[in-house]
Design a protein around this ligand. Structure first.
Ligand SMILES: Nc1ncnc2c1ncn2[C@@H]1O[C@H](COP(=O)(O)OP(=O)(O)O)[C@@H](O)[C@H]1O
Ligand SMILES: [Mg+2]
Length: 356
């Protein structure tokens, strides 16, 4: 019996995406089929590169279509990262699909390190990635990306991101002439942030990560006012105080109407190089507990590792230079979870898909 378009579509309405929990038609992942008798060639659009649920999804599709009478099923897959629309109150940045803020309530917990390595991991997965260094108090991304001190991206033609390790980077540091004292006041920060977001030729970007300064600063406020942030990644270390700090950051984002993707625990444990013994220098699990208490996702833990620190100082992000290192593997896992969160929020935002 020859299959019809309608029968294929109906079969796919019964297939739930294992990661996103809704059917493929509602999620706009079904992109049409070529039907030849009872042989089907199906086009699917995945919402991220390196989609972890891909294999299981293809299995489910095979089963559903075979059940509907298909004798053979070929699945052709393409990737199109969906864009976060926001509430419409903030101006979207042309070409940028998802803005992701990396934040914490404290300095020195590893925001810049995490923003850098997540950006590189997402770029290595095949996504188009940008990274904004919005830390006026200490723009560290030039160093972490191996850019010389005093590097400037401003020319007569405007402000340009620099591409390193597949990531387009721009920094408040690029706006300062070499050797200039870093004195920013609230309104200056606001206008500098506006420039970094809106006056840059970004091109097509799937994920624009923003490395925020610590705390409830002017920069965080400006950021939330200037652009629709798809989600925030809150970074914490494992100490008891992690709970307090993380919940402050989460409360700030709630007040700013920014969704929180989850919490990352950095410097989670240390593996002694000679004995392989695991030492929990700052304790362990505080951030996971904080996430549970706050009812948000725990995105993963990154070990304390000399190579991570060295990679930051030498401008050689560990994800790009030492992929086998457990810390690099942790970053890749977190990047994947962040991309899943971004896909889920973009695909399920109202009003494109009504809530079931
Ligand atoms: N997992 C880690 N292991 C070892 N060193 C780390 C780790 N995460 C961050 N660091 C180091 O700690 C310092 C502070 O990190 P940074 O990313 O600059 O923090 P923040 O941006 O929150 O101020 C840097 O020297 C960085 O290289
Ligand atoms: Mg920093």
């Amino acid at each position: 019996m020859a299959l019809t378009d309608e029968a294929v579509r109906d079969a796919l309405r019964t297939v739930r995406d294992p990661q996103l929990g809704r059917d493929l038609v509602a999620l706009r992942m079904y992109d049409g089929a070529v039907i030849d008798g009872d042989a089907v060639t199906l086009h699917l659009t995945l919402p991220m590169h390196g989609y972890p649920a891909r294999e299981e999804l293809e299995q489910r599709v095979q089963t559903a279509l075979t059940g509907a009478g298909a004798s053979s099923v070929v699945i052709e897959v393409r990737v199109d990262v969906p864009a976060w629309q926001g509430s419409g109150e903030q101006a979207a940045i042309g070409g940028v699909k998802n803005i992701i803020a990396v934040a914490s309530n404290k300095g020195g917990v590893g925001k810049s390190t995490i923003a850098t390595n997540l950006a590189v991991a997402l770029a290595e997965s095949g996504a188009a990635v940008g990274l904004v260094d919005a830390d006026a108090t200490g723009p560290n991304l030039p160093t972490m990306f191996g850019l010389p001190n005093g590097f400037q991206a401003q020319s007569e033609r405007g402000l340009h991101p620099v591409e390193r390790f597949g990531v387009k980077v721009i920094s408040l540091g690029f706006l300062l002439p070499p050797g200039a004292p870093v004195v920013w006041r609230g309104p200056m920060i606001g206008s500098a942030i506006r420039q970094l977001l809106h006056d840059v030729e970004w091109g097509e970007i799937d994920y624009l990560l923003i490395d925020l300064p610590p705390g409830t600063s002017d920069a965080s406020m400006s950021m939330a006012q200037e652009a629709p942030i798809a989600g925030a990644v809150v970074v914490s270390t494992p100490q008891q105080v992690a709970l307090e700090d993380a919940s402050k950051a989460v409360t700030m984002f709630e007040k700013l109407d920014v969704p929180v993707f989850g919490i990352v625990e950095n410097m989670s444990y240390f593996i002694t190089p000679d004995t392989g013994q695991r030492v929990e220098i700052f304790g362990h699990g505080g951030a996971r507990d904080a996430a549970d208490d706050l009812e948000i996702d725990f995105l993963g833990e990154v070990p304390l590792a000399t190579e991570v620190r060295a990679g930051g100082d030498d401008g050689q992000p560990i994800v790009a230079f030492d992929a086998e290192n457990p810390a690099a593997e942790a970053f890749v896992g977190i990047a994947e979870r962040v991309a899943v969160k971004a896909a889920a929020s973009a695909l399920m935002q109202a009003p494109t898909i009504p809530v079931l």
